[in-house]
Design a protein around this ligand. Structure first.
Ligand SMILES: [Zn+2]
Ligand SMILES: [Zn+2]
Length: 280
């Protein structure tokens, strides 16, 4: 079993590739299950979405495209799932319409992402006088934890994204052990997964999200993981998976999970590794 549970289609504006192209790329790479997770529409909430998010009116088209990709996938032996990358934000009012949409629509998988680089979050930090790296990093992990406790999301995406895009000058996980562990404990208490996001290896500081040290803490605390490439074009599907799977195995994770119809399905690590080695 090989799966990739984070990818974006052309509907996101800043991503390229039609769902069917992803299915064919998955087949080429020997990946048996993919989950589309386009960015959720966020009109009228102060989120910068013009051109980089699909609009609410496009959601039904997104569903149709995923359905078609499911049919193509079926003929090729690839499961295609319907997911979404939703937002995490400290002001609940801004998420009200998003949360309604999450209730209405039956997604297989809901990722929760805090995009600190968006002006809306930077404005929040300013308004609350979060100026030092330490204050910002603590706010960020607190908000991610609050998101996990909200019950809206299945897995918290790229959890140390704060290290890139310049919101802080420097992020060293060891300096923030208490707040990061508190976030990890919140995941366990609320039975929410953490995402291992391999896109970090292609950008920023060229490290997996989250940092291997955070992964070690997560393993010790019993956090379950989902895995995603965060592909913004079909060629990125499954990017860096062999190395990252090896890392996760070395750290001691014995399984990875994916979500279908909102339920977590756990796949043993040795089953995943065997297939990856066989397919290399
Ligand atoms: Zn994106
Ligand atoms: Zn994404």
């Amino acid at each position: 079993m090989r799966f990739d549970c984070h990818m974006h289609t052309h509907l996101c504006g800043h991503a390229h590739g039609r769902p069917e192209e992803y299915v064919h790329k998955a087949q080429e790479r020997g990946i048996n299950l993919i989950t589309f997770t386009c960015h959720i529409p966020m009109e009228g909430n102060g989120f910068l979405q013009e051109g980089i998010r699909m609009n609410r009116s496009e959601l039904s088209y997104y569903k149709v495209l995923v359905k078609r990709a499911q049919e193509t996938g079926e003929s090729l032996g690839i499961q295609v799932l319907y997911g979404i990358e939703a937002e995490v934000f400290p002001e609940d009012e801004r998420l009200a319409s998003m949360k309604e949409l999450l209730k209405e629509e039956s997604f297989d998988f809901i990722l929760g992402s805090l995009h600190h680089q968006l002006p809306v979050y930077r404005r929040w930090l300013n308004k609350h006088r979060m100026r030092s790296d330490r204050e910002i990093i603590h706010a960020y992990f607190q908000h991610l934890g609050d998101g996990a406790a909200s019950g809206c999301y299945h897995s918290m995406s790229h959890p140390d994204l704060i290290r890139i895009y310049g919101t802080v000058d420097w992020f060293e996980p060891a300096d923030h052990e208490a707040i990061i562990k508190k976030f990890l404990e919140t995941l366990v208490e609320n039975k929410v997964c953490m995402e291992v996001n391999t896109s970090g290896l292609s950008k920023g500081v060229y490290e997996v999200h989250p940092d291997p040290l955070i992964l070690r803490w997560a393993q010790a605390l019993g956090v379950h993981l989902t895995l995603g490439s965060d592909s913004h074009r079909p060629e990125q599907i499954g990017q860096h998976f062999p190395n990252v799977l090896q890392l996760l195995d070395n750290i001691g994770f014995s399984s990875l999970s994916y979500f279908k119809q909102g339920y977590r399905i756990e796949v043993p690590m040795n089953e995943i590794l065997t297939e990856h080695q066989g397919n290399r």
